[in-house]
Ligand binder design. Structure first.
Ligand code: F6R
Length: 259
């Protein structure tokens, strides 16, 4: 079962997970982080700026979850640009050590296999940061994605394109395809940390954490992993049947265990 931690605000979630990442880097200076984009991880990235200010992060490595296919890499909403702007520059990471799937049409046939090889060569991902879509997707693994899938091209659903239209001038500008770590790729990371905030994510969180394990809710794949931490605010936790148990169990958790 995933550990569910219910916090009072996105900022509190960011601080909690930033502490865990700082501990990870203290023990392993070349730790490999899995990096999500979107709105959800922003409070975490903000908290990391403070938490890592005096930490040597020069060896830290990172792999983004996904990228749009066919988008100009210089486009402000390409995930390469977003990761550079929100993570690499503010945290002072070495850009050479941070990879994003290659969504360029040139070489797209082998971009997935190349990305998998790069993750393997890095020794795998230590801590994978995840958000969740309103339809339950993680990464860009839309409903029906195989639990064994690896990094590959996917077609975005119209719901995801509509959700992401806020980053573009109109929904027509949101790319139709993406390249994303697969559910099988995500499940190979050593620790999954899924963040979700707001009422709009409550149903997806409930289905991912407490619903049946099903490709209908790709986020439910986390139930197959042995080390998962789900950090949610009260609104995103509002449909969890076992919320009181999660609160009780976290309140009584030995401090030495960390997340
Ligand atoms: C982003 C990603 C997606 C988002 C999800 C939620 O790299 O893989 O799964 O985490 O679409 O997006 P936000 O956080 O913007 O609500």
């Amino acid at each position: 079962m995933a550990e569910v931690v219910i916090v009072e605000s996105p900022a509190a979630a960011g601080a909690l997970v930033a502490d865990q990442i700082a501990r990870l880097i203290a023990g392993r200076p070349d730790a490999v982080l899995g990096l999500a984009t979107g709105s959800t991880p922003l409070p975490l990235y903000q908290a990391l700026q403070t938490r890592l200010a005096d930490v040597d992060v020069s060896q830290v490595r990172g792999f983004a979850l996904d990228e749009y296919v066919g988008i100009d890499i210089e486009h402000p909403e390409s995930y390469r640009s977003v990761i550079t702007r929100e993570v690499v520059e503010p945290l002072g990471l070495d850009p050479e050590r941070i990879r994003v799937p290659n969504g360029s049409l040139d070489g797209i046939e082998h971009a997935g296999a190349d990305y998998e090889a790069a993750i393997d060569a890095a020794g795998g991902i230590d801590l994978q940061i995840l958000g969740i879509g309103t339809d339950g997707h993680i990464g860009f693994n839309e409903q029906g994605s195989s639990f064994a899938s690896r990094t590959r091209i996917k077609t975005l659903t119209e719901q995801t394109r509509a959700d992401n239209a806020r980053f573009f001038d109109s929904i027509d500008d949101v790319p139709m395809h993406c390249i994303t770590q697969g559910l099988g790729t995500i499940l190979r990371a050593r620790h999954l940390v899924l963040l979700a905030f707001g009422e709009g994510k409550a149903q997806a969180v409930a289905e991912a954490v407490e619903g049946p394990v099903s490709a209908f809710c790709p986020g439910s794949a986390i139930q197959l992993h042995e080390h998962v931490t789900v950090v949610v605010d009260e609104a995103a936790a509002s449909r969890l049947k076992l919320a009181d148990y999660y609160r009780h169990s976290y309140a009584n958790k030995p401090a030495w265990q960390g997340l």
